[in-house]
Design a protein around this ligand. Structure first.
Ligand code: BG6
Length: 502
């Protein structure tokens, strides 16, 4: 425990108090997210006794369902998606405070029943007037819910609002949404989710950088040649055409997850691990991001191809996708952070669906050794050092270094010093949603996106997509199961670099 007391960054991560009593309302309770992520996360928290002693959950949706039917659905969701074994005692502890309300918030008094159930939970479960409203609904539904529940705010107890992505469609809509939320809630009561921030390995990025003395002195333009951030998925759009056709890869992944990874990689050390300190530093990076010109942004859309030997259809053949869809399923870009630490150091980012495999990595490529006193072997030239942060899968960190091949000559080969979570800690990693829900119950907004942060992210995306209105790309331009369009390779080749392949 001593290092906890000494290091405020670690203290913020580890010292946890039990959350206050409260009632959590999930709007959109019949949806996919509730079943696949939110409920299993609540179960995992219950499993570890991390939920408050006095706790209740109310599911709300438009679907007609009895409380018993809802409980049964949630039980099935937990059996199917939770990372822990199903234990009746844990489930019953959680299910005891589980309720369901069919709600239509667009009509006068549509929230009455919910308010009554919540007040009742205060009496029966001691939830003390504290409320978490979790909006797992499409953005069109936000207004009615936020307004109805905002008007019925209680004078006692605290209220927190969790907002799922997509947070708007562009800067203007995000600003509107922020204005709506601020009508009833203060910024410290608003928890905008970017589930990437809940991932252990993403948080480890901060620990790696700021709890180790050796990285910070070389974490800059003097030593780093460039950074590559990859969010690759082998999956297609998984039946989400309705959402994806409007969003595309840039709004689905670049605007949030990828820009957050850039911000965490590039940020200055915060003075502590408090929400405002960390978010202030991230916002500074986003403000310093130089908008890439059209030549520095590549978009792609997958055609048919093969993933792990299995034939898959092209994007335009997916159900619900227009036969001439112009939606991008791949984006690569070259970004610059215009500040003293990073000037002239490119950050290459890429994301795509139907790439050969699922892989999220941050690769910090260092400059070459200035003058190696060895004869250069043309067969295996000396490669620069790379610090590779594996966000997922195979979570861990690895450092590529040159080593002498045993034997008479002086042959050098790249080897890896690896740290693997699975090997080092021998515990399963928590799901991002467990961490995020618990943090919200604790009122800790560090891993949630602040209003100005989300607006800065949209400003960058708006600038990137502005030129897209003028031209029609030749889609599809990469086959499923390949690493994206040729133009993405050229983006780096022009700079004498190439994407990492492994
Ligand atoms: C979501 C996107 O935010 O992130 C999905 O909407 C994407 O399209 C997902 O598949 C990726 O998350 P993860 O945790 O699987 O990397």
């Amino acid at each position: 425990m001593t290092e906890v007391a000494e290091n405020p960054l670690l203290a913020g991560l580890r010292m946890r108090r039990p959350p206050d009593p409260c009632a959590l309302t999930i709007f959109g309770a019949s949806g996919d997210l509730t079943q696949r992520k939110v409920m299993p996360a609540l179960y995992a928290l219950a499993f570890r006794h991390l939920l408050p002693e006095s706790f209740g959950v109310v599911g709300v949706s438009r679907t007609e369902m009895t409380v018993d039917e809802f409980r049964e659905r949630m039980r099935q969701a937990v059996i199917e998606h939770a990372r822990d074994e199903f234990r009746t005692d844990v489930w019953e502890r959680l299910a005891g405070g589980l309720h369901y309300v069919e709600g239509n918030f667009g009509i006068e008094g549509g929230e009455d029943e919910l308010v009554a159930v919540l007040n009742d939970l205060d009496e029966t479960h001691g939830t003390a007037g504290n409320r978490v409203y979790y909006l797992a609904v499409p953005p069109e539904a936000f207004d009615d819910i936020v307004t109805a529940m905002g008007r019925r705010r209680r004078a006692d107890g605290w209220t927190r609002l969790v907002v799922e992505k997509p947070f708007g469609y562009d800067l203007a809509s995000a600003q509107e949404l922020n204005a709506l939320l601020r009508t009833y809630y203060e910024e410290h009561e608003i928890f905008r989710i970017d589930h990437y921030l809940g991932k252990e390995t993403v948080q480890n990025m901060l620990v790696l950088r700021f709890a180790n003395g050796i990285f910070e002195p070389i974490w800059n333009r003097q030593f780093i040649d460039h950074v590559q951030i990859t969010v690759a998925e082998s999956l297609g759009i998984e039946g989400r055409a309705g959402f994806y056709e409007k969003a595309g890869a840039i709004r689905d992944v670049v605007q949030n997850h990828l820009l957050q990874l850039v911000a965490l990689t590039a940020m200055e050390p915060p003075i502590d691990f408090a929400a405002e300190s960390v978010r202030n530093e991230k916002v500074k990076v986003l403000k310093a991001l130089h908008t890439p010109g059209p030549k520095h942004v590549v978009r792609g859309q997958y055609g048919g191809g093969f993933i792990e030997g299995e034939e898959v259809p092209g994007y335009r053949e997916e159900e619900g996708v227009a036969a001439d869809s112009q939606t991008e399923t791949y984006v690569a870009a070259k970004l610059y952070v215009d500040n003293w630490r990073w000037a002239d150091t490119p950050f290459y980012i890429r994301t795509g669906k139907r790439l050969p495999r699922r892989e999220t990595t941050i690769a910090i490529q260092f400059k070459r050794a200035p003058h190696p006193p060895f004869e250069v072997d043309l067969e295996s030239p000396l490669r620069p050092n790379v610090l590779l942060i594996h966000i997922q899968p195979d979570e861990g960190v690895s450092l590529a270094i040159g080593a002498k091949v045993p034997g008479q000559g002086l042959s050098i080969r790249t080897v890896h010093m690896d740290f693997l979570y699975g090997g080092a800690f021998r515990v399963g990693l928590p799901e991002a949603y467990e961490r995020l829900i618990l943090d919200c119950l604790l009122g800790d907004a560090t891993l949630f996106t602040r209003a100005d942060e989300v607006e800065e992210q949209w400003a960058i995306v708006d600038a990137m997509v502005a030129p897209w209105r003028r031209d029609r790309p030749h889609f599809p331009n990469y086959a499923a199961g390949t690493w994206g369009p040729g133009a993405a390779d050229e983006l780096l080749h022009r700079d004498g670099r190439s994407w990492r392949r492994h």
